[in-house]
Design a protein around this ligand. Structure first.
Ligand code: ATP
Ligand code: MG
Length: 429
């Protein structure tokens, strides 16, 4: 039976392992193969005079990144990683890697992001890169767990749609038989419709598609969105679910991903404390203006403004009470001062992680808001009908999974947080 490399200890005595050749060192009478699997790296020590001719022949033929299998005795040694080595009785090449390699998996030769992504299957073999995806996995598991525990039903809404969520131009058109269709930029309209259907609380973790032309370190053209919608709730209820979901994910990672965090050098991993501070949009633009990034009421927050405010705040925080003009038509304005609305953004000091709001559930007001954004309500009939036959007040948010992972692990480029990124110049692999 194969055993994971991390479980190979002198106590097991004899071990049968398989993995990739991470590095090879030939010291004349001795050859060292570092063998890597998903769980770690093991030194296989080959004293040339003491092993069988078959083992010797296999070692001679072995190349870096070949897949091998070997069996032998485990011995304690201080000089090898993990304080143990394996002396092979059998060693077999299962799949020989060609040379030269397109990418150095041991990371001794650094590579540009494009080279890495062109050869992503090899790049993902790097323990550091693999650790990111172990943590991403834990993060999304924690998010689901938290939401299930809080009575949210997980749903899947269509990604092929006939109308734009916000009427924007950031849509990928699609050939859909003889009709016009698009890839959905957000599950927004569908999760709201489910509130009228009585689901009470829903969440979805799925792809969103945005045909944004700009090529930045924090935008993808296909991203993963964590979306929730909840009934009989206002923006404050939605913010509480959001901060608790995020801190639960951090806590889960801290508790379950110690090895991956160590691999990434994140020895000082901190779980953010809740509640996150809340500042209003007016306070945010004052901080930005005082910090040298002047903004006036109604402006969107620029990247530079986000940085100034983030530095001042120093933790995750919320920006509330946005100008109604700066938010989508489905946002609920404050009754007594309709120029501001019940929207919020959740910010990491580096960037926006999530946008949300209490939604407008009042049919005539919603029609009016669609028109005032220059959109035609007829195009939204499928979405608007549910508001005519019993729609509870509701609130929700969308949280970018890649941005959550990127900021959690202090990654510089969002592409690091997705297996096969899609950006302005890349649709393959
Ligand atoms: P930004 O202003 O930072 O481009 P946004 O306000 O357009 O983001 P929303 O429509 O509010 O984005 O989407 C909610 C969340 O989804 C964002 O806060 C972000 O975490 C994530 N997200 C949105 N667009 C992208 C994208 N192109 N790439 C990666 N994540 C995204
Ligand atoms: Mg936003």
């Amino acid at each position: 039976m194969l055993i994971p490399i991390k479980d190979v200890t002198p106590a097991v005595g004899h071990a049968h392992i398989a993995g990739w050749i991470h590095e090879e060192r030939d010291l004349g009478g001795l050859t060292f193969l570092l063998v890597r699997d998903r769980t770690g790296i093991l030194q296989v020590t080959i004293p040339k005079k003491k092993v069988t001719p078959d083992v010797l022949a296999a070692v001679k033929d072995a190349t870096r990144e070949s897949v091998i299998e070997c069996e032998g005795e485990v011995k304690a040694t201080e000089k090898a990683p993990g304080g143990r080595e394996l002396i092979p009785e059998t060693l077999r090449i299962i799949s020989r890697a060609e040379t030269p390699l397109p990418l150095d998996v041991s990371e001794k030769v650094p590579a540009e992001m494009d080279t890495r992504l062109d050869n992503r299957y090899l790049d993902l073999r790097k323990p550091r890169v693999n650790a990111i995806f172990q943590i991403r996995n834990a993060c999304l598991r924690a998010v689901s767990e938290y939401l299930w525990d809080n009575k949210f039903t997980q749903v899947q809404t269509p990604k092929i749609v006939a109308a734009a969520t916000e009427g924007g131009t950031e849509l990928f058109p699609l050939a859909y038989f003889d009709q016009e269709a698009f890839l959905n930029q957000s599950p927004q309209l569908f999760k709201q419709m489910l509130m009228s259907s009585g689901f009470d609380r829903v969440f979805e973790i799925g792809p969103i598609f945005r045909a944004e032309e700009h090529n930045t370190l924090r935008h993808l053209n296909e991203a993963t969105s964590i979306d929730i919608e909840m009934s009989f709730a206002n923006e404050e209820d939605a913010m509480q679910i959001l901060e608790n979901t995020v801190s639960y994910a951090y806590k889960y990672v801290a508790d379950h991903c110690a090895d991956a965090l160590t691999t990434l050098g994140l020895t000082n991993f901190k779980v953010p404390t809740v509640p996150f501070p809340r500042i209003t949009y007016r306070e945010a633009i004052e901080i930005s203006t005082a910090g040298g990034e002047p903004l006036v009421f109604g402006d969107d927050l620029s990247t530079a403004a986000e940085r100034v405010i983030g530095e001042k705040m120093g933790t995750m925080y919320f920006i509330t009470e946005w100008p109604t003009s700066a938010r989508p038509f489905y946002t609920m304005p404050f009754e007594d001062r309709p120029e501001v609305c019940r929207a919020f953004d959740m910010m990491h000091p580096r960037m926006e992680l999530s946008s949300g709001a209490q939604r407008c559930h009042i049919y005539p007001l919603l029609i009016q808001q669609i028109k005032s954004k220059g959109l035609n309500p007829d195009a939204f009939e499928f979405y608007l009908n549910p508001f005519r036959y019993g729609m509870p007040p509701h609130a929700g948010w969308g949280l970018g999974a890649e941005r959550l992972v990127m900021t959690m692990l202090d990654l510089n480029n969002i592409r690091e947080a997705v297996l096969f990124p899609r950006d302005r110049h890349r649709v393959s692999p």
